[in-house]
Write a protein that binds this ligand. Structure first.
Ligand code: ZN
Length: 204
């Protein structure tokens, strides 16, 4: 069963501490509800993803039983509402990401399932492919030089981040979250995702 905790860093205002608690409680409620629902369904089951890959009940359980949501007040880089560690299945997520998505119908389910898909092999395969593409891009930019200044490296990285391909893992996780929600008849997300979470070519 997935689990949820929070981290209160020094210097946070009482309002933010309260919001972290709220985000933690809503994620915990989802984990209880969805865990009970899926636990009551006959196995094996599979959920097809739009790219032809599938989520199997075995893989879901592998992720779900290790998944931990750590709700924090810290800000992440531009466009990021958290960070997911594939190996440990730790989702470090900002309270405002949970509450922001949760303000939309189906949004809490959507963001929680998005993190589940990050933890699956299908989601991580997209992430690895992106990084392979990034390394190819970097190599092409580097040309015959063996190394570049930190400034040039940063410029290439930011250029690459502007490419739609780099958002594909987020997009894949969004599509996967919708597929899982649909399969289990959870409320569909009614919102237009922002923050660079849904652009690129997969949905076109
Ligand atoms: Zn994500």
């Amino acid at each position: 069963m997935a689990s949820v905790s929070s981290k209160i860093s020094d210097g946070l205002s009482p309002d933010i501490i309260a919001a972290i608690g709220k985000a933690r409680a809503s994620l915990a409620a989802f984990v209880d509800r969805f865990g009970a629902q899926v636990g009551g369904i006959a196995r094996p089951w599979t959920v097809p993803f739009p790219d032809g890959s599938v989520l199997t009940s075995d893989e879901f359980e592998h992720v779900w039983n290790r998944l931990h949501f750590l709700v924090v007040g810290d800000a992440f880089g531009p466009g990021y509402g958290g960070v997911f560690d594939y190996a440990s299945k730790l989702s470090t997520i900002r309270y405002s990401t949970v509450l922001g998505w949760g303000a939309h119908p189906g949004g809490l389910e959507f963001i929680a399932l998005h993190e589940v898909i990050h933890g699956c092999e299908a989601g991580d395969a997209v992430r690895r492919a992106q990084w392979d593409a990034y390394r190819t891009h970097r190599k092409a930019m580097l040309g015959r030089a063996r190394r570049a200044t930190a400034k040039r490296e940063a410029a290439w990285a930011s250029e690459y981040h502007a490419y739609p391909q780099f958002a594909e893992v987020e997009e894949f996780c969004n599509l996967g979250a919708r597929s899982v929600a649909d399969h289990f008849q959870l409320p569909p997300l009614i919102a237009i995702p922002t923050h660079g979470f849904e652009y690129g070519d997969l949905t076109r």
